[in-house]
Write a protein that binds this ligand. Structure first.
Ligand SMILES: [Zn+2]
Length: 155
């Protein structure tokens, strides 16, 4: 079980080549802020002092941000605390969250009631907040298992 206060954000630092020839740091991160998923990436070179923002945004993180995060931290699963609660509410939440058709939403809702949905910790926290807003408790568990991931264009 992962507690609420650990859910602020995930980051990873990568070593990349700078134009000056030295090794620069590339920091990428993803977080949940005010109910919205955010990501950002920046570059800093200690040798020449070059620094730049490589990008930032809300919503799903691009693969070049998300993939290193998962490589570093792995994924977690979000699953319903009680699989029997709020079936309609769960279905509505997943439809809204990704703009899905009913059959796709039903598949994700079933996953949530079973093994759970796999994602990064901020992604799981984001969906948990949306479910909580409809009165459906869900919990974050470690270990991906066979869980599907609706994030990252992999559904
Ligand atoms: Zn440099």
């Amino acid at each position: 079980m992962i507690e609420e206060d650990e859910v602020a954000g995930w980051g990873v630092t990568l070593a990349v080549g700078c134009e000056c020839g030295a090794e620069a740091r590339q920091d990428v991160g993803q977080a949940l802020r005010g109910g919205e998923l955010c990501w950002d990436a920046e570059l800093y070179c200690r040798a020449c002092g070059a620094g730049s923002c490589l990008g930032f945004g809300t919503g799903e993180a691009p693969p070049w941000v998300r993939d290193p995060l998962i490589a570093q931290h792995g994924t977690v699963r979000l699953r319903l605390t009680d699989p029997a609660t709020g079936r309609v509410a769960v279905l509505r939440t997943v439809r809204e969250a990704w703009g899905l058709e009913l059959p796709q939403a039903r598949e994700l809702a079933e996953q949530l009631a079973g093994d759970g949905l796999a994602g990064t910790l901020p992604e799981a926290a984001w969906l948990r907040e949306r479910l909580a807003a409809r009165g459906v408790p869900a919990e974050v568990a470690t270990g991906t298992g066979t869980a599907l991931s609706p994030w990252g264009g992999r559904r």
